[in-house]
Structure formats: structure tokens, C-alpha cells
Design a binder for this molecule. Structure first.
Ligand SMILES: NC(=O)c1ccc[n+]([C@@H]2O[C@H](COP(=O)([O-])OP(=O)(O)OC[C@H]3O[C@@H](n4cnc5c(N)ncnc54)[C@H](OP(=O)(O)O)[C@@H]3O)[C@@H](O)[C@H]2O)c1
Length: 290
């Protein structure tokens, strides 16, 4: 009998990519916020029992980085309190649990890629609440649990930087984009495939944190230039400093993740960000989206 996997946050870009990639090794049950209330523990017990859930992949999150500065409570509930509830359920039912976190748990005041055990110091509410979610999992200590920190996620599905920039580039002759925030774009499909590949071999006594992004680094400016180039959009992209593009939330100026741990542990190869971006844009151009 195939094991049942509950994927939470079914309308988000990562969950949709999981839906696109999954093979028949597991039986996947996708739930969105209309079908699952993550604060309703009784209902969560019911869902786990009725569906004989053995694995939870939590793709749900409050991801609006700037809005989180004014919607602190909402971000805290979804990114921390609900994660704590899921961790407790994972422990009680001895489930495998995969949770996703972010490079924004770091302050970016370095210039070498972050390791999993490097000091965290989030600059904004989004990062702070995501870090509290991580810490809750570590305190509850469910077995067979991993936290994957990723960065700059995009996909052909949902709302994301690639699609926003394509739209803006088609409407405007010129775009100004920050060149002093450095990170690694990550194609959600690559992350989804990795999660599905490593799922059978996740086994640990205490929760483990892993970093995953595409290979290579870029600034948002470089990322945008490449989006325009691959999409053949004729738009003049100009580099600007973050101080000239104020946002409600501060963002780390350097949030490159070191992925050595996940590569060594699970023997995986990670695609270079430009190669993955080409794949995603080719899917967008074919209109081959759900
Ligand atoms: N996006 C990035 O650049 C980025 C970078 C680093 C890490 N991450 C992390 O990666 C993970 C996946 O991100 P993503 O970009 O795929 O996110 P996303 O596209 O913003 O999707 C998040 C999902 O959470 C769902 N959700 C919101 N409130 C909910 C609730 N109360 N109950 C259940 N579901 C709820 C949303 O549902 P609706 O669509 O119905 O609102 C949405 O489907 C998240 O943990 C995020 O923090 C993302």
C-alpha cells in the first residue's frame, strides 16, 4: 500500500510544482486554506486519522514580505503557531515532516554563503516569524523531520518575481532594479523534485535543517537582465541601490545559501540558476501551465 502524503498550501507555487512532479510512489492529498484550518487542531487530527497520513509537506506560509510588517499577527500565526501545531502532530503520529523556510532568517551582513548552523538574525517580520517556526520545530523535536531553507523561489505557477518582471518589461521601456542584494534564484520545480527524491530516505532522530537553492549567485538586477534576455523582452534594465528603492521590510544584502550539506547527505546535483530559469520561461512561453 502506498503511503499517504498531506501537502499543505496547495495553491502556492511549490505545492503546485509538487503536484506537477509527483510519481506514483506515494498517494498525495493536497489541501488549501479552504479545506484545512491549520489552527484547528481537532480538524487536523481528523484529517490525519481519516486519511491515514504518514507524511506532511508544509508549503503553506505567509509569504508577503512587505505586508508582514503591518500584518504581524497573521504572519506569526501561519509561520510560527501553525508550524508548532504541525510539529506536535508529526511527533504524536510519528509522521515524516518536511517544512520549508527561508534565507531571510539571516541578516546578510556577510559575504560568504551561509551554512545551516550560522547565526540567524532576521531583519523583518517575515523572517522573524519563519525563524520562530523553525525554532518551534527544533523544540518539539519530531523525528524524521527536515526544514529546508530556500531562496528567491519562482515558478511558472502563482505570483513571483519572474512573472512580475516579464509583465513589467512588456509594459515599460525601462526598469530600475536593485543590484546590491545578492542571493540565488530557485526554480520551485527543482526544489519540488528534490523533496520528492529525498522523501523516502529522510530518517533522523532530531529535526535537521538543510539549505537548497539553485547553483550560482545573482543580484535582483542580474536576475532581471536574464529574465528579459531569455524572454526576448526589449526593456532597458538599470541597476539601482536599495536605498533608492525603499521597501517596508528590510532585506538581507547577501543571502546566498551553502548547499553542501543537502548535496552530500542525499547525493543530489543542483541545477545552475540560469539553466533552470530557461526551463521555466520556456514553459511559460508555451503556455503550458496549470
Ligand atoms: N517565494 C519565495 O521567494 C520564497 C523564498 C524563500 C522561502 N520561501 C518559502 O517557501 C515556501 C513555499 O513558498 P511559495 O513561494 O510556494 O509560497 P506561496 O506561493 O506564497 O504559497 C503559500 C501558500 O500558503 C497558503 N496559505 C496561506 N494561508 C494559509 C492558511 N491559513 N492555511 C493554509 N494555507 C495557507 C496560500 O494559499 P492561497 O494561495 O490560497 O492564499 C498559498 O497557497 C514557504 O514556506 C515560503 O516561506 C519562499
Amino acid at each position: 500500500m502506498l503511503e499517504n502524503v498531506l501537502v499543505i498550501g496547495k495553491n502556492g507555487q511549490l505545492a503546485i510544482e509538487i503536484k506537477h512532479c509527483y510519481q506514483n510512489k506515494y498517494n498525495f492529498i493536497f489541501k488549501g486554506k479552504e479545506e484545512i484550518d491549520l489552527q484547528d487542531e481537532e480538524n487536523l487530527h481528523k484529517i490525519i486519522n481519516e486519511n491515514n497520513i504518514k507524511i506532511i509537506i508544509n508549503c503553506a506560509a505567509y509569504t508577503a514580505v512587505d505586508l508582514a510588517e503591518s500584518e504581524i499577527e497573521k504572519a506569526d500565526i501561519l509561520n510560527y503557531k501553525c508550524v508548532e501545531i504541525l510539529a506536535k502532530l508529526a511527533k504524536q503520529y510519528e509522521l515524516k515532516f518536511v517544512h520549508i523556510s527561508t534565507d531571510y532568517v539571516f541578516d546578510g551582513k556577510t559575504n560568504t554563503p551561509y551554512n545551516e548552523n550560522d547565526e540567524t538574525n532576521p531583519l523583518g517580520i517575515y523572517g522573524k516569524t519563519k525563524l520562530k517556526g523553525e525554532q518551534a520545530i527544533m523544540e518539539v523535536t519530531p523525528k524524521n523531520t527536515i526544514i529546508i531553507r530556500t531562496s528567491w523561489l519562482y515558478s511558472s505557477y502563482g505570483k513571483n518575481f519572474v512573472k512580475t518582471m516579464q509583465n513589467l518589461g512588456r509594459q515599460r521601456k525601462e526598469l530600475r532594479v536593485v543590484f546590491d542584494q545578492i542571493g540565488s534564484p530557485t526554480y520551485a520545480r527543482d526544489l519540488a523534485e528534490t523533496i520528492l527524491n529525498i522523501l523516502p530516505v529522510i530518517q533522523n532522530e532530531k529535526p535537521e535543517i538543510y539549505h537548497y537553492s539553485n547553483e550560482g549567485v545573482a543580484s535582483w538586477y542580474d536576475f532581471t537582465k536574464e529574465i528579459m534576455k531569455i524572454s526576448q523582452i526589449d526593456c532597458n534594465v538599470k541597476p539601482i541601490e536599495s536605498k533608492d528603492f525603499p521597501t517596508l521590510a528590510s532585506r538581507p544584502s547577501y543571502s546566498v545559501l551553502n548547499k553542501q550539506k543537502i548535496k552530500e547527505k542525499f547525493h543530489i546535483e543542483i541545477p545552475y540558476w540560469k539553466d533552470s530559469l530557461e526551463k521555466c520561461i520556456s514553459i511559460l512561453q508555451k503556455g503550458d501551465i496549470l
